[in-house]
Design a protein around this ligand. Sequence first.
Ligand code: ADP
Ligand code: RBF
Ligand code: MG
Length: 154
Amino acid sequence: MSALPYFCKGEVVKGFGRGSKQLGIPTANFPEDVVDNLPSDICTGIYFGWGCVGNGVVHKMVMSIGWNPFYQNTKKSAETHIIHTFDEDFYGETLSVVIAGFIRPESNFTSVEALIAAIHSDIEEAERQLDLPEFRQLKARFFNNTDVNLPNGY
Ligand code: ADP
Ligand code: RBF
Ligand code: MG
């Protein structure tokens, strides 16, 4: 996937209102034009990377790009779960993300519980991968973050 790492930003809009928040996994949805402008070689699937709201702190994130087979969406979506607990919603604010790596294709599940379990393991995978120097340096590179100590060569 030569388009990675890929940076994009957009306004956080209302999603499908399916209550991902109630499931403990809120996802900030990008508007249609941002989804349509994703490079064609970023295929649908689950990704990890870095994200920040407005000029806020940069956090680890997981992102789902596609049609959510479990819900059989007819419209492609790009939804970001930021791995952080926020005090308030941030609809209308600008979300900036760097998509750093691919985790897995989207899949269908036989229950909501199985979907949630898969998302939790995606989050664990993202947490692990993003601690690697290769991915930590992307945070510094795209968000001009200076509190990252990197070994020589990065
Ligand atoms: P929607 O269907 O409108 O996208 P969700 O249930 O997916 O609703 O909730 C998403 C909203 O929750 C985001 O737009 C954002 O305002 C808020 N939110 C709070 N915490 C987070 C988080 N950690 N990651 C993503 N969005 C969050
Ligand atoms: N939806 C699917 O239908 N299949 C998936 O494999 C899938 N994986 C996801 C992985 C992550 C990390 C996230 C944040 C979402 C994923 N979703 C998936 C989307 C999910 O259906 C959506 O966020 C909500 O509609 C859940 O209520
Ligand atoms: Mg959402």
